[in-house]
Design a protein around this ligand. Sequence first.
Ligand SMILES: *Cc1c(COP(=O)(O)O)cnc(C)c1O
Length: 484
Amino acid sequence: MAQQDIPNGFTGFSVKRTAGFQSAKEAMDKREKEARETGGKGAGGMARTSLPVPAFGLIGAEGLQHAETRATSQQQAHALRFAAAGKRQGDARAFDPAKLAEIPTEQRRWSWVEIDLAAIRHNVKEVKRRLPTGTRLMAVVKADGYGHGAVPCAKAALNSGADYLGVATVDEAIELRENYVNAPILVLSQPPETAIPLLLAYKVMPSVYTPDFAISYGEAADAFGVRAPFHLAINTGMNRIGVNHDEVVDFMHAIGFHRALDYVGTFTHFATADHEETLDFQIQYTRFAEAINALRLAGIDPGIVHAANSAAAIRFPDAAFNMVRLGIGLYGLQPSPVTRKMIQLKPAMSVHARITDVHFPPIHEGVSYGLHYRSPGNVAICTLPIGYGDGLRRNLSGRIDILKDGVRFPQVGNVCMDQCMFEIDMRRTSLHRVVEPAIGDRVTIVGRSGDAVVTLDDLANILGTITHELAIGFGTSRLPRLYV
Ligand SMILES: *Cc1c(COP(=O)(O)O)cnc(C)c1O
């Protein structure tokens, strides 16, 4: 009889349980029950004889005896562990929660995102410097500040010249308010009417473009005895949200009667401000300017007028109206190849890790899922604890470089969910010096190392996407964010 057939609770994956299978616990419970029923020995009586052998199927008396011994020793071991745990809990020196909390997040897992708040401040000042004096600046901190952390970025921006904050959702606005951010906040869309009490309670302005929402908002404000400030969204050609550019006067006449509504600002959004070709931009600009004029001619004050996103704010300062909305540029990423020559922005985000393992696979050994990469021999394969679960997109597999000590090394093999590998050539040639990798060595995935740089732009170009998406991917993943 095979040893693994012993019913000790776990019989291994390959062993088929027979119909008569009983775990050791079942056997002991049953034995106890039978002992009680027969008025015989109680628990721990080891009443082996009272147990009907057929219940164990293939297991004979010998196996049964073994099972009992195992079960008893397991229980004893468990009791000992339990007692030890209890003792530990009473011991203040072991597992002090404060001590545990002191272990830094980047020392729990060797990968992290760094956010340079000085770069955020630099970027606000650089953009603001180029604008006509008096132009306000809205820091757009939606999607957790494009992955950089909405609260610290909002505070850094407000401390360096920003006047307004823009978010995408009511909850993003509430997060700012709950972290003591007092600046005006505009939700850059019209929320569901059910969210109106939240807007009023947290003093957050919605964008408005339907009469139904506007009236409900005004009514709710009236009921609470407060004002209902809002910005009017105008559609000038992007066809995403907003009152059509040639219907704004009618719209304002339709809602203007409401005494609680407080018309604070008017905006539109450009679809092509980042394109080299500017015709579509000019069409939108003209439609917006005409809509603003029409409002003024009708005796309606459009309040704070704003249209420019990062690309437009940098490229067309004359189209800034009263305020620009700085999103991607705030984080130091170029909104367009066109702006690269126009302004020096500092990227705030970098991504780092430490080597967790090093292998020297012989020639032709594969690496990672699929074994698509094969060792050419004389290479060190270094493992990093970062993968597509952390924003390092799987489509980047084999297409990026990892920076170590100022040198670029190719990432090889498929990027896994939580880990990826890169290759260090160990051959000593006149062309490059050998870098001896060791577990714990620091590397850079996005950012600078010596003279070598990998930017989010590089990754975005490889993937055919934009940096916004990659920054959010890293920054809102499980990677800890460190502010430097
Ligand atoms: C996201 C957003 C912005 C910021 O755009 P960037 O290109 O990142 O500067 C500005 N305005 C509106 C309406 C937005 O939704």
